[in-house]
Design a protein around this ligand. Structure first.
Ligand code: 5GP
Length: 190
């Protein structure tokens, strides 16, 4: 997506070879016009697939997931990063471990909002090592829903997230694919 790539080049900050900051337009301050375009692009790619819900992991996936869900005309469901207080049969849970950050968190989903009749598109802001998306897939599968694919705003293509998802048979669609970064340098994949 050309306009997104231009925005990343002008307003994104490559901190080092691994971390891209986009907090002035995607995940701290949000550019609502660009976010609408992002949602339209993601929805355009996955339309006509019978998607019934768009799911995202709180919190930085919420903005693109919402605009995508609006464009598809379906509800958005937030997979919540909250510890479940008690074992609850109405709640699906999974633990997501971030090997990069050395932390783990519990992801929860109410069975009220996703079920066996649903075909779910997962949206997130970044795809890096694919740990968050894999956790989301695991949680959605617990609900017996089917998965339409994973859509991300920015893929760091030099990290193994896409491979991790595609080997599970999951389609990955990214609006901007970064091939290489260094402090102050961002190069997109062809
Ligand atoms: P994963 O490694 O599981 O694919 O990425 C997990 C999460 O870390 C993403 O949902 C995203 O919020 C965050 N993340 C990964 N890489 C970056 C990055 O370069 N910049 C920012 N701002 N967030 C990132």
């Amino acid at each position: 997506m050309k306009r997104l790539e231009e925005k990343i080049l002008t307003d994104g900050i490559a901190v080092d070879e691994n971390i891209l900051k986009v907090d002035s337009f995607i995940n701290h301050q949000v550019d609502p016009v660009l976010m609408d375009e992002i949602g339209e692009e993601l929805a355009g790619h996955f339309k006509d697939r019978g998607i019934t819900k768009v799911a995202t992991i709180e919190s930085s996936g919420i903005a693109p997931a919402l605009t995508c869900a609006k464009a598809l005309g379906v509800p958005m469901v937030i997979l919540k990063k909250q510890p479940s207080k008690t074992l609850n049969s109405d709640l699906y849970q999974t633990i997501v471990t971030s090997y990069t950050k050395g932390t783990s968190y519990e992801l929860t989903l109410s069975s009220k909002f996703v079920g066996a009749d649903d075909h779910v598109l997962i949206i997130d802001d970044f795809l890096a090592n694919g740990e968050a998306a894999t956790g989301a897939l695991r949680l959605i599968r617990k609900s017996h829903a089917t998965i339409a694919g994973v859509g991300v705003v920015i893929e760091k293509a030099f990290q193994p997230g896409r491979e991790k998802l595609e080997t599970q048979g999951i389609e990955v669609y990214a609006l901007a694919r970064i091939a290489r970064m260094a402090a102050g340098v961002i190069e997109f994949a062809e």
